[in-house]
Write a protein that binds this ligand. Structure first.
Ligand code: FAD
Ligand code: 2HG
Ligand code: ZN
Length: 473
């Protein structure tokens, strides 16, 4: 871990940690919840992709909102920079320090506080692991309206701070809709209680939204109230093979028309993406090889009705020649195996070597258009592939190489951002901006909007201690 890892970014004028600071933290949290051992700090300094790293020498593990408040007040008074961290599964380098920022890790803030079985509103601390919440809701015949491949590690607070999208946004909407309330702590330690558990509340500005998707730059999320829909009684998954992207679009239109109210997910996987998991992770595809695959899922309340609909949909897609091969299932093991193919692509691609990762929203017609263009541009790639949330217009375009190559980077960027901007797409559809993308947000945000972001940051965190070097260009 070297101090000049990012020569283009200069450490700002924050305090360097001293014994007095550490003494304060130890007094507040106890010795065990202040980590200063180099080896133990290591994991908190490196992101999931192992592509960015800092050299923090202090990890703080608060358990309560009050502790978070006191930590931030002290850090603000003493100009100590802080990097909030949840499950550290973020993909844009936002969750790890850039230099020696103190890491405020939420993993011990994992209490589930209440669940109202009438309204479905679950209130919990921000460090709850998503999968634990999913299991808790499931046991009560409810579900969390968010699911993603990182569920076993990511925290609900991290999800909220990144406004994570995930695999069923198409059906359950994004977190700006399903999160009813947030409690967060401002940089100066003030606790902002917006934990209304009401579906409707127009009393003034909707402040909770400031914390949803602001990636730890405006406050630390400490508590969450989230609306859980009833668990579906009937689930079906189809895995389809298609010959062309035009067929994919026609199939998407059919799925919306014929599956309508029960459609819960509509994902696209191209052949090189599937190959990343079948060849590297030894997972098996249930059908033979096609240029495109679609994973379509339904959530409904009547098994016979939903199964009939799914079969009707598949039959019509096959008789129209859109789907060349396909399988549908409602067996739990088989559905899980199909989802595993989709959810493991991120991991599978890492086995190629170096991954250039892009997370882009484009108009649906253009969803895949960038992939063949990129394949033409980067001829030496191990793989250029695209997959993702077709139903939401969000593609994950990836270019893999055996190892990082500066020349290839210049072939991809800024071309990819210019292409996206021309189509009025988004250069970060769901993963956020973090440390990797601040210099690209102007491709998707107007100067006025960026200026307002800067003004908000100055107002809420005047000393800039919260997740510095991230998000704001
Ligand atoms: P972290 O990675 O720890 O942090 C992410 C950001 O939030 C950082 O900027 C951090 O400072 C900030 N933060 C964390 N906790 C708090 C808090 N309590 N208060 C304030 N700021 C905080 N993302 C999607 O959107 N959709 C997907 O489908 C998806 N799938 C993924 C699959 C895999 C295999 C992996 C590795 C990642 C995936 N991601 C996906 C990205 C990532 O999982 C999400 O961004 C997730 O929401 C991050 O949660 P986390 O707890 O790991 O946050
Ligand atoms: C997904 O949809 C995630 O699987 C991760 O958002 C995508 O690895 C990626 O780029
Ligand atoms: Zn995604």
């Amino acid at each position: 871990l070297t101090k000049d890892r990012y020569p283009q970014v200069k450490r700002r004028d924050f305090a360097e940690l001293n014994e007095k600071h550490l003494g304060y933290f130890k007094n507040l949290l106890g010795e065990n919840r202040v980590i200063t051992d180099k080896d133990e700090c290591q994991g908190f300094n490196i992101d999931w992709l192992k592509s960015v790293r800092g050299y923090s020498q202090c990890i703080l593990k608060p358990k309560t909102t009050q502790e978070v408040s006191e930590i931030l007040k002290f850090c603000n008074d003493n100009r100590i920079a802080v990097c909030p961290q949840g499950g550290n599964t973020g993909l844009v380098g936002g969750s790890v320090p850039v230099f020696d920022e103190v890491v405020l890790w939420t993993g011990l803030m994992n209490d589930i506080i209440s669940l109202d079985e009438n309204s479905g509103v679950l209130v919990c601390q921000s460090g709850c692991i998503l999968e634990n919440l999913e299991n808790f809701a499931d046991e009560r015949d409810l579900m969390i309206p968010l699911d993603l491949g990182a569920k076993g590690s990511c925290h609900i607070g991290g999800n909220i701070s990144t406004n994570a999208g995930g695999l069923r946004l198409l059906r359950y909407g994004n977190l700006h809709g399903s999160v009813l309330g947030v409690e967060a702590v401002k940089a100066d330690g003030e606790v902002i209680d917006c934990t209304s558990a009401l579906k409707k509340d127009n009393t003034g500005y909707h402040l909770k939204h400031l914390f949803i998707g602001s990636e730890g730059t405006l406050g630390v999320v400490t508590k969450v109230a989230i609306q859980c829909p009833p668990k579906p009684r009937a689930l079906n998954v189809a895995f389809l093979g298609l010959e062309s992207f035009d067929d994919v679009l026609a199939c998407l239109r059919q799925a919306k028309r014929q599956l309508g109210e029960i459609l819960s997910s509509c994902e696209l996987i191209d052949n090189p993406s599937l190959d990343a998991v079948t060849s590297h992770l030894n997972l098996k595809s249930p059908i033979s090889v096609y240029p495109f695959y679609m994973l379509i899922e339904t959530h409904g309340s009547s098994c016979d009705h939903d199964e009939e609909k799914m079969h009707g949909f598949l039959e019509s897609c096959m008789s129209d020649g859109l789907v060349r091969d396909g399988t549908t299932t409602n067996e739990i093991g088989k559905m899980k195996a199909i989802w595993e193919l989709r959810e493991s692509i991120t991991e599978g691609l890492l086995h190629d070597g170096y991954v250039f990762k892009y997370d882009i929203s484009l108009p649906t017609r253009e969803f895949y258009s960038l992939v063949p263009v990129m394949r033409e541009r980067v001829k030496d790639a191990v793989r250029v592939c695209g997959y993702g949330h077709l139903g939401d217009g969000n593609i994950h375009l990836q270019v893999t190489l055996k190892e990082f190559n500066e020349e290839v980077l210049r072939i991809i960027e800024p071309f990819i951002y210019e292409y996206t901007a021309k189509l009025r797409g988004s250069v970060s559809a769901e993963h956020g901006v973090g440390f990797r993308k601040p210099k690209y947000i102007h491709y998707s945000k107007s100067p006025g909007a960026i200026n307002l972001m800067k003004q908000l940051k100055v107002m809420m965190d005047p000393k800039g201690i919260l997740n510095p070097y991230k998000v704001i260009p």
